[in-house]
Design a protein around this ligand. Structure first.
Ligand SMILES: [Zn+2]
Length: 323
């Protein structure tokens, strides 16, 4: 019997995680909530390889623990899991689960200990996650990307994605059974609730929901990562990636777009002013129509180069002054 509580559900466009350590009477039930799909997306983009050392350390400590049953080894594993729990909410589940496993191991003989504390489960997390991340990414690309230019329905695209597995093993995510309950949530309504028994349960629950909803996904024009967009929404930037100053792509991207628009307005104004000035030179007999039209064709080309960012506005103005 698990001595902790950890469950998750979706409600009103958000995802909820509720957890509590049941062995401490006074431990408070913690609740965290995020916009729908945020935890899965952050998990999909989690940079796991720099953390590989942590998993190796835990593996070593566990092998030590099998032999010596020492508190130091247990401390290394639990200390590391606490660090990981701060990185991602799914690892909070892992922490509670392993804490409970260690407690359970206390009353068991040596033969059982490897079953209760399976070191390979932790050791394999980086490579398992790496495979999983690639499969999820392909699911977004092949099935849910709304900019893929394909007008096919989601269920057809999903079938094609799953079929690719036959030719290309480990290509597609394989849906598997999970057990959920239908119960009353903290907001006093009812929802399908998952009490996970593994990390992959959490991924499955999110991924299944996202396919069921035919969630539209788009690559953020700023950070280049997938994000979920609500229906009838034309968002171009995500609200997920945060830069070193604490600004999301949506905030930074909006400013960038505004600056681009302002620059481009000035660029066209500059071009039109110069165009009119030189057009009047024809009437004044200062230049021939032929040389005017030759100039205007080149100027237009330069203007478009500048608008697409191939040339700076300063260089364009300089060219105008000299031509
Ligand atoms: Zn972004």
């Amino acid at each position: 019997m698990a001595d902790y509580l950890f469950y998750t559900y979706f409600e009103d466009g958000r995802e909820y995680f509720v957890y509590k350590d049941l062995t401490f009477e006074r431990s408070h039930k913690k609740e965290k909530d995020f916009p729908f799909l945020e935890s899965l997306l952050l998990f999909t983009y989690l940079d796991i390889w720099p953390m590989e050392g942590l998993f190796k350390e835990m593996d070593k400590a566990l092998l030590n623990f099998y032999r010596e049953r020492n508190t130091d080894s247990r401390g290394i594993v639990m200390g590391t899991l606490e660090k990981l729990a701060k990185e991602h909410i799914f690892f909070e589940f892992l922490r509670l689960d392993w804490q409970s496993r260690f407690r359970c191991a206390e009353g068991h003989d040596d033969e059982d200990i490897q079953t209760i504390l399976p070191h390979k489960q932790l050791r394999h997390i980086p490579s398992d996650l790496d495979t999983l991340q690639k499969q999820i990414m392909r699911l977004f690309e092949d099935v849910l990307d709304i900019d893929d230019g394909k007008k096919k329905p989601v269920h057809e695209k999903l079938q094609a994605y799953l079929d690719k597995e036959k030719r290309n093993s480990l290509y597609a995510y394989q849906f598997r059974p999970i057990s959920t309950t239908y119960e009353r949530t903290n907001n006093a309504t009812f929802a399908e609730v998952l009490h996970p028994t593994s990390l992959s349960d959490l991924v499955e629950f999110s991924l299944r929901e996202c396919v069921k909803r035919e969630q539209r996904m788009r690559i953020c024009s700023y950070c280049g990562k997938y994000f979920a967009i609500p229906r009838r929404n034309t968002a171009e930037f995500c609200n997920l990636t945060v830069d070193e100053n604490g600004h999301t792509c949506r905030e930074v991207g909006a400013v960038k777009r505004w600056a681009e628009k302002k620059n481009s307005d000035e660029l066209f104004k500059e071009y039109r002013r110069e165009y009119k000035k030189r057009f009047n030179w024809i009437k004044a007999g200062k230049i021939s129509p032929g040389s005017f039209y030759a100039w205007s064709a080149t100027a237009k080309g330069k203007r478009d180069e500048c608008a697409s960012g191939k040339m700076t506005f300063e260089d364009f103005k300089e060219w105008l002054a000299e031509s």
